[in-house]
Design a protein around this ligand. Structure first.
Ligand SMILES: *[C@@H]1O[C@H](CO)[C@@H](O)[C@H](O)[C@H]1NC(C)=O
Ligand SMILES: *[C@@H]1O[C@H](CO)[C@@H](O)[C@H](O)[C@H]1NC(C)=O
Length: 197
């Protein structure tokens, strides 16, 4: 109570001072600022536990690499095959296996991979405990709900409106996938027509 009164008094004093001299710039006190999500690091590796709406589960190794314009998802679906999903910033995505049964799908979109600041403009919803972590939660254009650890600022979870819920198990800032043999789409990708996403 006493503290609140005190900070209120300081705020009013600052406003009065600003009225007297509008060129005075006072930083917004931290306690009143709406939290904003930390931008994604330009390069990271994350191990992701994903629960698909169809009640299926998968483990994904995500290698996000903004400088290389590349977002690689190595997807192990439960009791199923290993899939490689290599997304390039020019909008081309290759979705393929590297062992039998061979398959490849090429998809094209006009947005490319997420920018590090793709959460800019998200609406702050408050805090919630998820996966045992106290998180700040944001929502962006009814598409993504994003949970970030209040203390470490690491992503904990994000949900898409298609029902896929992603839980971050490890988050290694700066890690880079150097094995180009897995990001190079196999030859059998290139004797077929492109499909639009
Ligand atoms: C996956 O999500 C569904 C729907 O939210 C939920 O009912 C189910 O318990 C989840 N499964 C696991 C293993 O987390
Ligand atoms: C986008 O970049 C990838 C990797 O360099 C390349 O394989 C693909 O053909 C490119 N797509 C277009 C439409 O240029």
């Amino acid at each position: 109570m006493k503290l609140q009164f005190h900070t209120q008094f300081i705020r009013i004093t600052l406003i009065v001072l600003q009225l007297i001299n509008p060129s005075l710039q006072w930083p917004e006190p931290e306690y009143s600022a709406t939290p904003i999500p930390a931008p994604w690091p330009e390069q990271f590796h994350a191990l992701l536990y994903m629960n698909l709406s169809s009640t299926r589960l998968q483990i994904t190794n995500l290698w996000y690499d903004w400088p290389r314009g590349r977002n690689v998802n190595i997807i192990q679906k439960q009791l199923s095959i290993l899939l490689y999903d290599t997304e390039w910033n020019n909008g081309t995505t290759f979705y393929y296996t590297l062992s039998e049964p061979h398959s490849c799908r090429i998809m094209v979109n006009d947005v490319g991979i997420p920018r590090p600041d793709f959460l800019d403009g998200a609406e702050y919803l408050g805090t919630a405990v998820t996966d045992g972590y106290l998180c700040n939660v944001w929502e962006k254009i009814d598409t993504i709900w994003y949970y970030e650890d209040v203390y470490t600022k690491r992503p904990v979870r994000w949900d898409f409106n298609d029902g896929i819920s992603t839980h971050v198990i490890t988050f290694e800032v700066g890690a880079v996938l150097f094995d180009d043999s897995v990001t190079q789409a196999p030859a059998y990708c290139f004797n077929q027509e492109m499909k639009n996403m």
